[in-house]
Design a protein around this ligand. Structure first.
Ligand SMILES: C[S@@+](CC[C@H](N)C(=O)[O-])C[C@H]1O[C@@H](n2cnc3c(N)ncnc32)[C@H](O)[C@@H]1O
Length: 237
């Protein structure tokens, strides 16, 4: 098993996303150094559209919780179907960008560390994009238990994340080895940060969700993404 991640690395990951906030969308939209060649970029966009189709078909309604929303890739779609969206992210810079991008009074922004945050209520649905891979393996069960506590029985869950694929990154980044959970990330200005990045196989991830009381089917697109759709298992009296 990989070494436990220090709180210093978790703080560095928040600092990294704060510093990266204004260039973050270049990764998702494959701009600049992420546009490695036309074939990979076209494949990426095709698989993004697959994720969007799955997400949109869920039509997450009611009061929705979004964890680590970043610049608002999923918030933008959530406000089409939800009554309210509560977001929790540790980076003020990301929150500021999300607020400016989404501009919707039904979105509440909580700035908090997800490794310390506790839900104050239950939600109808929960979603997290490209967050699960940043949870240290030794904290995964605790994180999933928090997610389960935040979700009403029968409430829906969606997550999306990265598969281990070198062309998803720009060419200065290296996918970590199977037993490592720390990855060096470099910003456009050359500054390097240590962050957590874990890739999970679908079966073991489903089993971890199940242990937390979440029935989540984990799928993948051809090259780039893993995603899951599920439900908090209702208690049977
Ligand atoms: C890879 S981005 C995901 C953004 C967005 N969900 C998406 O799909 O593009 C990871 C997000 O996690 C946030 N984050 C990093 N560490 C955190 C922590 N300890 N608690 C809460 N949010 C954190 C970052 O600020 C960033 O917005």
């Amino acid at each position: 098993m990989a070494d436990a991640v220090t709180s210093r690395t978790l703080e560095e990951m928040v600092a990294y996303y704060g510093a990266r906030a204004r260039e973050y969308d270049d990764w998702w939209y494959r701009r600049g150094r992420y546009d490695r060649n036309p074939e990979d970029t076209a494949q990426w966009h095709a698989e993004v559209n697959e994720l969007y189709a799955v997400f949109d078909a869920l039509s997450l309604g009611g009061d929705v919780l979004e964890l680590a929303p970043g610049t608002g890739t999923w918030t933008r779609r959530l406000v089409r179907t939800a009554r309210s969206v509560t977001t929790v992210d540790a980076s003020p810079e990301m929150v500021e960008l999300n607020r400016a991008n989404i501009c919707d009074a039904r979105v509440t922004y909580v700035i908090a560390d997800l490794f310390a945050w506790e839900p104050e209520r239950v939600y109808d649905a929960v979603c997290f994009g490209f967050w699960l891979s940043h949870v240290p393996v030794e904290r995964l069960d605790r994180f999933l238990a928090t997610v389960a506590r935040a979700l009403r029985q029968g409430g829906l869950l969606f997550f999306a994340d990265s598969l281990s694929e070198a062309t998803a990154l720009h060419d200065n980044h290296r996918v970590p080895g199977a037993s490592a959970q720390i990855m060096a990330r470099t910003l456009a200005n050359g500054r390097t940060y240590q962050i957590v990045k874990n890739y999970h196989d679908a079966a073991s991830l489903s089993a971890r969700f199940l242990r937390a009381g979440l029935d989540v089917a984990v799928h993948q697109t051809a090259t780039y993404f893993q995603y899951g759709v599920g439900v908090r298992i209702p208690h049977v009296e």
